[in-house]
Design a protein around this ligand. Structure first.
Ligand code: IDP
Length: 139
């Protein structure tokens, strides 16, 4: 299992609010290389599959409605220690608890509309990357 890749999505709130460029700048400044990227939209069924692990949680319907409500940017990012370093860069799930300088502190609207996704393990980074990209789309 490689540890130098993570998977991210710029979520519909941040896209609609015009933050794609600023968020990508922060990602680049933090030393991540973009290995794959697409501007896309996921269906409700794809969102349900992607967030399957949360299916028993009370926010599952709202989360999957939201994630399928508008365009997103999906990307695979490369850097040593990618998963942990990217989680640090995005900050806590709840932007009210996110540290200064993190992406969620700066761009998230709320706990549910929190601007970005970042994989939580090397295994999930691999699964989530494969959810959006085929081998020939990763450079
Ligand atoms: P993470 O994105 O920081 O890893 P997770 O616990 O994996 O957080 O939750 C996935 C996503 O579900 C969060 O990013 C957020 O959009 C949403 N979410 C998590 N907990 C809540 C909640 O208590 N209320 C509403 N939405 C939530």
């Amino acid at each position: 299992m490689r540890s130098d890749r993570t998977f991210t999505m710029i979520k519909p709130d941040a896209v609609a609010n015009g933050h794609i460029g600023a968020i990508l700048a922060k990602i680049n400044e933090a030393g991540f290389r973009i290995a794959a990227m697409k501007y896309t939209k996921i269906s409700k069924d794809q969102a349900k599959k992607f967030y399957e692990v949360h299916q028993e949680r009370p926010f599952y319907e709202d989360l999957t409605d939201f994630m399928s409500s508008g365009a997103i940017v999906a990307a695979i990012l490369e850097k040593e220690n990618a998963v942990a370093d990217f989680r640090k860069l995005i900050g806590a799930t709840n932007p009210a608890e996110a540290e200064e300088g993190t992406i969620r502190k700066e761009f998230a609207e709320s706990m549910s509309r929190n601007a970005v996704h970042g994989s939580d393990s090397d295994e999930n980074a691999c699964i989530e990357g494969a959810f959006h990209f085929s081998g020939t789309e990763i450079f």
